[in-house]
Design a protein around this ligand. Sequence first.
Ligand SMILES: NC(=O)c1ccc[n+]([C@@H]2O[C@H](COP(=O)([O-])OP(=O)(O)OC[C@H]3O[C@@H](n4cnc5c(N)ncnc54)[C@H](OP(=O)(O)O)[C@@H]3O)[C@@H](O)[C@H]2O)c1
Length: 262
Amino acid sequence: MTVHQPPAPALVTGATSGIGLEIARELVRRGHEVLVVADRGVDDTVRALGAHRGALVSGLEVDLTRPSGVEAAVDRARELGVRTYVLNAGVGVHGPFRRTPLEDELRLVDLNVRSVVHLAHRVVPDLVAAGEGRILVTSSIAATMPAPLFSTYAASKAFLRSFAWSLRGELAGSGVSVTALLPSATRTPFFREAEMEHTHIGRAPKARARAVGRKAVDALLAGRAEVLPGLQAKAMVAIAAVLPQPVRSAFHGWFYAPGARM
Ligand SMILES: NC(=O)c1ccc[n+]([C@@H]2O[C@H](COP(=O)([O-])OP(=O)(O)OC[C@H]3O[C@@H](n4cnc5c(N)ncnc54)[C@H](OP(=O)(O)O)[C@@H]3O)[C@@H](O)[C@H]2O)c1
């Protein structure tokens, strides 16, 4: 008799909203137990995702900009035997670097960069020892070009793309895969949170978070290296590849300048 094992539990950071919420929803739909990690509103998300038939969903409300928050997530993930990690939580800080509050910039670095390195560093040895694991890192098409007026964000996403590829290379043959997700502009509260609704990108047409989440989970579970969900993401990455760096910077910077609807 064949006994079907349920898929291994998954942890998703930033799972209360936008892309992370849709990734968590998709993992639940595919039968994974999911641990929702975010800094607010976790109970509501656990209730909403838990309504799916047979769903096992739990939550952890922590601030991932704090090392203690990351450690709490690692502890809970170990208790649950998590084998799939979606390192997705991220924020943007918009505006001229000389005027943005330093604490906002450092918070961005702490969340987008530091928390991902910290969490991955703690869990990768466990996954390698188990001989299995899936990691998804949410980068962005902003990783492919410098971004005047969104400088630390683009740099953080370039870090994450490079980090995901490097880690993937190191872990080849270990049974652990690392996937970089590079979404284009996606309809989520992100632009409102970053006070960017008046910019060209804030007003541009956007991908649907649900479609991005579905493609991200397809790639994650298939162990693919990188996923560019949708035509816009593929086009932006192709354009970035052929432009010289000064043109890339000017082209990409235009998206973050104030502007009318495209
Ligand atoms: N939307 C886009 O166009 C786009 C494009 C490319 C890449 N991305 C990337 O996709 C990821 C998700 O963004 P999104 O668009 O889905 O944004 P979102 O809807 O604003 O979701 C961000 C998530 O991160 C959580 N979060 C924020 N600060 C946190 C902290 N200190 N500790 C723990 N959790 C925290 C948020 O929880 P709270 O709301 O409770 O703070 C929320 O669950 C980000 O890494 C973003 O850079 C987005």
